[in-house]
Design a protein around this ligand. Structure first.
Ligand SMILES: *Cc1c(COP(=O)(O)O)cnc(C)c1O
Length: 356
């Protein structure tokens, strides 16, 4: 701690992302990146964007990108003024907290979910209450029928991978018509139905998505929110009080190409979904209990092997997975779905470490 720190900084508890070690030959299954790179159309578009125009500021409104997202989301039911884009969905979420969730009443989110939400609460002074998931880590909609200043949930949830049907999202929206319900759909393209289709009917719904997972662009930092124009206006007011140009020229160009390349998107996510099924079978055969996953990771525990020790043993074999030292889930490993080869390496290493 330094004498120069403000009170605000002293009180922060920053999010700790999964490690990104700069070591060669690591099997990196710890941060849910896509094992397949961006498609050739994206790479070509990015190369085309490198040139003299980089001396100019980018479009502050990311107009082409918002148009592309509107055209490719929800079968044309969305207009560009219902789309907000940011430097990764983490930045979009960061703007959501002061823009739409800081009210008198505390906001609600599950006890087991993306651990960035409480971090934003502290940064922006948003009171929150956590609502326990049930014993199988399923969200009980009825538990949210209580006065609140907003609701945030990840669907599919992180780090469990469990998904809620749209009927449950609609029930949440109807039970809290005066609060914004934020649905973080970072993993929706790997399973489940997007709530974007509900936006035209629900003024209190904000859906957040990212190009980091299903579009293989974690390195480009692009995320977006879809909601009715009043909610999007609120986000623009915060954004334009913070950074007018959050998406640079390369990010806007690459993101447009990625959104338009339906073929690459479908091809790679189907591959991830297939590998997830195979990985689930193999982990189950090794004695793991694997939660049903609609995401590009699985969440698994072994009845006889300590999760933290297993994560360390895997690390010594050059394989990274994520372990959370957190009540209720400290015996779980979160394993990103890699290529078939990466998952085979993981299973081979686990056979050595968890065999009786
Ligand atoms: C990965 C992830 C994000 C952040 O994605 P970025 O767009 O890379 O910032 C947001 N929410 C959840 C639940 C995630 O897992």
């Amino acid at each position: 701690m330094s004498q120069f720190w403000s009170e605000t900084v002293r009180a922060l508890q920053p999010y700790v992302p999964g490690e990104q070690p700069q070591l060669p030959n690591l099997v990196k299954l710890n941060t849910n990146e896509n094992p397949y790179g961006p498609g050739p159309r994206v790479l070509e578009a990015l190369r085309g964007a490198i040139g003299d125009t980089l001396r100019l500021y980018p479009d502050p409104d990311s107009t082409r990108l918002r148009e592309a997202i509107a055209a490719h989301c929800a079968g044309g039911a969305i207009t560009p003024d219902q789309v907000f884009v940011g430097n990764g969905s983490d930045e979009v979420l960061a703007h959501v907290f002061p823009a739409l969730l800081r009210h008198e009443r505390p906001i609600l989110f599950p006890d087991i979910t993306y651990s960035f939400y409480p971090v934003y609460c502290r940064l922006y002074g948003v009171a929150h209450r956590t609502v326990p998931l049930d014993a199988s880590f399923v969200l009980r909609v009825a538990d949210y029928a209580q006065p609140n200043g907003g609701i945030v949930l990840a669907n599919p949830n992180a780090p469990t991978g469990r998904v809620l049907p749209l009927s449950a999202i609609e029930a949440l929206l109807r039970a809290s018509p005066d609060s914004v319900v934020v649905v973080d759909e970072a993993y929706i393209d790997f399973g489940g139905e997007s709530a974007v289709a509900l936006v035209p009917r629900h003024p209190n719904l904000l859906v957040v998505q990212t190009l980091s997972k299903s579009r293989s662009l974690a390195g480009l930092r692009v995320g977006f929110a879809v909601g009715q124009a009043a909610l999007i206006d609120a986000l623009n007011r915060v954004k334009n009080s913070f950074n007018s140009y959050p998406l640079d020229r390369l990010a806007q160009t690459g993101a447009v190409a990625a959104i338009e390349d339906r073929h690459w998107f479908d091809h790679t996510r189907q591959a991830v979904i297939r590998t997830r099924a195979a990985l689930t079978r193999e982990l189950t055969a090794l004695g793991f209990e694997v939660l049903p996953s609609a995401a590009n990771f699985v969440f698994a525990r072994h009845p006889r092997h300590d999760a933290e020790k297993s994560a360390l043993a895997l690390r010594q074999r050059g394989i990274l997975v994520r372990h959370f030292r957190q009540p209720r889930i400290e015996q779980f490993l979160r394993i990103s779905v890699g290529t078939d080869e990466q998952c085979a390496a993981l299973v081979a290493a686990l056979k050595e470490t968890v065999s009786p």
